[in-house]
Write a protein that binds this ligand. Structure first.
Ligand code: ZN
Length: 363
């Protein structure tokens, strides 16, 4: 959905992430960009990657049962999932492919280990080298582990990626619980059919992005015992009044419309997340929950805020409703992410978490 006002709040965060000259995404099954890694006995993670690879790093605090986790996503598919036992404060390092065509390196620490995400930063030390120092981590008992050759020649410099603190679960098992069979949520994938919505970099279409995310949100909510109705389940055009009528007819507990944003193709510096509601406080709470979660999984993408909007689907629905813009298909940062299945999976987990958190509070 095109915003009525397009502000350029986006400039700041771009410096945090590498912006490749070519924005075309890798072929789906390219080999993993992770070439070698090591974790030293003084608590430093070192990585060698394909030159210019785009990395994303995440942090999740621990609880009594599970230690804190840091994970890093790389483009390209890992050949073989595996885990390597750690020592000292480091419980284990796992390598996996959360979705086809991707690679994830997870560092899981022992329960009780305290890490401050504000002090964690994955720094590019060369075009193909990265370093993450776990400042303040106890190093007693750590043994060096690693795989591959870290010493291969490299050149050039790249910028760092800030670690993002998140409570967004990394898989369906971590979603918040709500009483089964009590709630009914309508998920509205924006646009469809002859109306592709926004079309962005490399032909990325809003309709495709939001349909994929919406299907996954629906499936995640259903797995938690929430009844879900989708306003469309294929690439077809559904007018706005029938979407609203459907939601009002089924007596939904909440209505969430999922979109991606756009501005001129000549404004790739404009990126960001925003969630709209029309007027009532419950809708505002729903929007705030979703916004926070989507920001969690979109490191570096600006917070454009929880905002009042007059969009038909949120204005005319009779239950708490909100409309989330998951990023700009025209954005140099957002668009390549929205094009990847791994990011759409995280967005689905984030939106489902936001909805479940709202339902928990609404009880
Ligand atoms: Zn839209």
């Amino acid at each position: 959905m095109r915003p009525a006002r397009s502000r350029s709040l986006a400039l700041l965060a771009l410096a945090l992430l590498q912006l490749p000259a070519a924005l075309a995404s890798l072929p789906a099954r390219a080999a993993s960009a992770l070439a070698a890694w090591s974790f030293t006995d003084n608590g430093v993670l070192e990585l060698r990657t394909a030159t210019g690879a785009r990395l994303e790093a995440f942090f999740e605090a621990g609880d009594r049962r599970q230690g804190p986790r840091v994970w890093i996503d790389f483009p390209g598919e890992l050949s073989r999932s595996r885990s390597v036992r750690g020592s000292g404060a480091l419980r284990e390092i796992r390598l996996g492919k959360p979705t086809p065509g991707s690679t994830r390196l997870v560092l899981e620490f022992q329960p009780g280990v305290e890490l401050d995400p504000a002090r964690l930063k994955l720094v590019g030390t060369a075009a193909d080298r990265w370093k993450l120092v776990f400042e303040g981590m106890p190093t007693r008992g750590l043994r060096a582990i690693g795989e591959g050759d870290l010493t291969a020649r490299s050149g050039g410099w790249s910028s760092g990626v800030q670690i993002t603190p998140t409570r967004t679960p990394i898989n369906a098992a971590g979603l918040p619980d709500v009483p089964r069979g009590r709630y009914h949520v309508v998920i509205d994938p924006g646009h469809g059919g002859p109306d592709p919505g926004a079309v962005g970099i490399a032909g990325l279409r809003e309709t495709d992005v939001v349909l994929d995310i919406s299907f996954q949100v629906a499936q995640l909510l259903e797995a938690k015992g929430v009844q879900v109705t989708m306003t469309r389940t294929a690439d077809v055009d559904v007018d706005l009044p029938p979407r609203v009528a459907l939601a009002n007819r089924v007596g939904a507990t909440a209505f969430v419309s999922i979109h991606a944003n756009a501005i001129s193709m000549s404004r790739p510096e404009v990126n960001g997340i925003e969630t709209f509601y029309f007027s009532d406080p419950r809708s505002a709470r729903l929007a705030a929950r979703i916004q926070r979660q989507v920001l969690n999984v979109s490191p570096g993408s600006p917070d454009r805020g929880v905002r009042q909007g007059r969009f038909f689907v949120i204005r005319r629905t009779t239950m708490p409703s909100s409309l989330v813009e998951t990023g700009f298909v025209t954005g140099g940062l957002d668009s390549p992410r929205l094009a990847t299945a791994a990011h759409r999976r995280r967005l689905a987990l984030a939106i489902a978490t936001g909805i479940l958190e709202y339902l928990q509070e609404a009880r």
